[in-house]
Design a protein around this ligand. Structure first.
Ligand code: GLC
Length: 449
């Protein structure tokens, strides 16, 4: 069969297509047919929609963010001494998976080693054995995490940072090639350990760029991400890989708490952000937890544009998650336990979202209209699509009047709709047949402006 060439799209075109604040990271990664996964191998992840991210490491002792070592220029010996203090008391990984489940997540991604180089497993490949196994705790937290995820029925992802501030060669790869090569050797050994021992479902890289300059893609000459990822895939041919290794990856990433607006993005993508303020991914004592309504609207805005939502928590030095975070995660999960059929296993569309007013998702012959502003919606006419509406009702069951005209579809919501102050009012449209919507497009974002 002849292979379809994806359409190339520049940064400017991407922005204009989406008319949004979206900011995909690490565009223009190397391409490699052998690494391209067929759409069906990504389907579990597309259906999963909701994931929980965890940043936890030595920086959780300091409570000033995971970049503390670099930002504060903490001397190597001083920072590394923290490894002997990293001995979580009464910590059971099932506390995290319980929260992930409570949140409604179908997958988790755990930071196994951040830029500071401290590894949370029994890593023989770790330079100077800077690990939780060889130092204070003497525990294999990644192994415990992988087991807890499997027990809870969660897909397990591992975050891994190829770069490591402990190597002067990271900051000067051309001037100190031997030292940089040591760091690369560590990366290959550790990715192999992670993939061979724990068989993760997702490999989530971060920080391939060199000397904090350029991009992950411009550092591909150094890391050889195609070779690296072929090795990773040899342990799980269906491993999902994010785009931050310098290879284009299986999905796109939008990072941070900025709002998501604009059109449906017809490629697999994930928004990752923090449940707290986002000023740090690692634990900080007074970090305010985001508002419930705001989180629900964020989730709806992501899913109605075809994305997954990966939400980060930062446990403290003992692995404990604050009551405030726990409550908020469960509150979102409660919402999902009620309205989940309008989120999980859906696709975006068939109606294009209107910023801050509504968006839509669909599954089989049902369309879920997620209405974020009921008053504004009352004045809207939905465009006609190929799909014929059989009937319409609020999620709670109350009937919604439908008038299909040549101009479009007008829905008359009951007076009571939106009065309870819910962040999202859902209307379920039952269609005559399975919904026909745009689906994914073959697009390759070049990263060029
Ligand atoms: C940013 C931060 C990094 C964090 C990552 C998570 O790149 O700099 O510390 O791990 O986001 O996506």
């Amino acid at each position: 069969m002849e292979k379809k060439m994806p359409r190339e799209m520049t940064g400017a075109e991407l922005k204009s297509m989406l008319k949004s604040s979206i900011n995909f990271k690490s565009l223009g990664g190397l391409k490699c047919d052998e690494l391209t996964l067929p759409a069906e191998d990504k389907q579990w992840w597309r259906d999963a929609k909701i994931g929980m991210f965890v940043h936890w490491g030595l920086y959780s002792i300091l409570g000033r963010g995971e970049w503390a070592r670099f930002n504060e220029k903490i001397p190597k010996e001083e920072y590394e001494a923290l490894a002997d203090e990293f001995i979580p008391q009464d910590f059971d990984m099932r506390e995290w998976t319980e929260i992930a489940k409570g949140f409604g997540a179908k997958y988790a991604v755990m930071v196994t080693r951040h830029h500071d180089g401290f590894s949370l497993w029994n890593s023989e490949g770790s330079y100077e054995h800077f690990t939780s196994w060889h130092r204070g705790a003497h525990r294999d937290f990644v192994g415990e995490y992988a087991a807890a995820c499997r027990e809870a029925g969660l897909k397990a992802g591992v975050y891994y940072s190829p770069m490591d501030w402990r190597f002067p060669g990271y900051f000067d790869p051309e001037g100190l090639p031997e030292n940089a090569a040591l760091m690369k050797k560590q990366c290959y050994a550790q990715v192999e350990e992670l993939c061979s021992r724990y068989r993760p479902d997702i490999l989530w890289y971060d920080g391939g760029w060199l000397a904090h300059k350029g991009s992950d893609t411009s550092s591909a000459w150094f890391w050889e991400p195609v070779k690296l990822n072929k090795m990773a895939r040899s342990y799980n041919p269906k491993l999902l890989i994010n785009p931050r290794s310098g290879w284009e990856g299986d999905f796109y990433c939008d990072e941070g708490s900025h709002e998501i607006t604009g059109g449906i993005i017809p490629v697999p993508w994930e928004k990752n952000m923090c449940v707290c303020s986002g000023s740090s991914w690692g634990w900080m004592a007074e970090d305010p937890v985001s508002d419930f309504d705001w989180l629900i609207r964020m989730m709806v805005n992501v899913v109605c544009r075809g994305g997954n939502w990966l939400v980060n928590i930062g446990p403290d030095r003992n692995g404990k998650i604050s009551d405030e975070i726990r409550q908020r995660m469960f509150q979102v999960g409660d919402w999902l336990r009620t309205y989940g059929e309008s989120i999980y296993a859906t696709a975006a569309g068939p109606y294009e979202p209107v910023d801050n007013v509504y968006g839509s998702t669909w599954h089989e012959n049902k369309v879920y209209l997620h209405i974020l502003d009921v008053e504004m919606f009352r004045g809207c006419v939905l465009p006609n699509t190929e799909n014929r509406i059989q009937n319409a009702a609020l999620f709670s069951g109350e009937k919604v009047e439908v008038a299909e005209t040549s101009e479009g579809v007008r829905l008359t919501l009951p007076e009571t709709a939106g009065k309870t102050g819910e962040p999202d009012t859902i209307v379920v449209l039952t269609m005559e047949e399975k919904v026909r919507a745009g689906g994914d497009a073959e697009i390759y974002f070049t990263g060029k402006e």
